[in-house]
Design a protein around this ligand. Structure first.
Ligand code: NAP
Length: 282
């Protein structure tokens, strides 16, 4: 029986067990996926010991993504670029780390906007410069865009992100001061919120979309609530919108495939299941 986990601190809020549990049942697999709470001081020992405890691998969430990045033997190219690891497995005795937020974000965009969406996007604007922003920019970099603007309240963090992700990039990565957003929006055919603004309990992210290109799409990676005030404002301007739940579901696919050997499908049924759980918790 293959066993996997999600490790974090705290971990009770994680919806990963619901996602992977649904897939294990759907595909009739003899496996398990459990939450494990590990304090930062114990994480190094956990990382080195999980395989001996019978686990094939697992997901890593806050606050351990950087410690996992530093602690693995080898990283995928995208994990290397992002500087964080959220998926672990062992292959021929080697501890590997991946960052599946990258394909999670892009895969969801492909499904939501339709493959080939990048043909009408030359400029993307990413709001925020935290861990999630790095995964989003790394995903967008793999597409033939002309440039990506990163705007953040703390401009120096946007500059750090751009400096770290620029090497080898065929897409130009530029920064914008938060106060200058209004000047970038008319040029951006794709706008992505990666800040925590708009999340339940957080202030709203108020953006004026009246001067956005008419064909622009707006994605929010916040998924509680599912329709954030940002997405409501974008829809009011007849812009296409992409919510954050799809990214959460799609980022789980590569890990499941590694540990359990089946490529699982993100279905409307799974989405409804997670949505019901989100609603029940509110
Ligand atoms: P993080 O590293 O803590 O970054 C937070 C970002 O939000 C920073 O850019 C921060 O700006 C900005 N921010 C916070 N409060 C702000 C305010 N009052 N005004 C303007 N900017 C503000 O967090 P993260 O890990 O990147 O996650 C960000 C969000 O993405 C969270 O809501 C998380 O739940 C969501 N997320 C979703 C998925 C998914 O699968 N859908 C995956 C990962 C994350 P400063 O640098 O100026 O502080």
């Amino acid at each position: 029986m293959a066993k996997a986990f999600v490790v974090g601190h705290p971990i009770q809020h994680s919806r990963s067990p619901l996602i992977h549990g649904h897939w294990l049942k759907t595909y009739g697999l003899d496996g398990s996926y459990e939450r494990i709470d590990v304090a930062p001081v114990d994480f190094g020992e956990f990382l080195r010991g999980f395989h001996a405890r019978g686990f094939a691998g697992g997901n890593v969430t806050l606050p351990h993504k950087e410690a996992a990045f530093l602690g693995v033997d080898r990283r995928t190219e995208r994990a290397q670029r992002v500087g964080a690891v959220n998926t672990l497995w062992v292959e021929d005795g080697v501890l590997w780390g991946d960052n599946t937020d990258v394909p999670g974000f892009i895969g969801n965009l492909d499904v939501s906007l339709g493959t080939g969406w990048e043909r009408t996007v030359d400029t993307a604007l990413v709001l925020g410069a935290g861990g999630a922003a790095r995964a989003v920019v790394a995903g967008l970099q793999d597409r033939p865009l002309k440039r990506i603007f990163v705007a953040n309240r703390t401009l120096s963090k946007a500059e750090d992100l751009a400096r770290d992700l620029r090497p080898g990039s065929s897409v130009s990565i530029e920064t914008s001061a938060w106060e200058a957003l209004g000047r970038v929006i008319p040029h951006a055919q794709l706008i992505v919120n990666t800040t925590s603004l708009g999340m339940a309990g957080q202030p709203t992210l108020a953006i004026d979309f009246s001067r956005a290109p008419r064909n622009a799409a707006v994605a929010d990676i916040v998924y509680v609530p599912l329709e954030t005030p940002l997405l409501t404002a974008a829809a009011a301007q007849n812009l296409r919108t992409v919510d954050g739940l799809g990214m959460l579901l799609h980022q789980a696919v590569p890990g499941f495939r590694r540990w359990f050997g089946v490529t699982p499908e993100v279905t409307p049924h799974l989405r409804a299941l997670i949505l019901a759980d989100i609603e029940a918790a509110r």
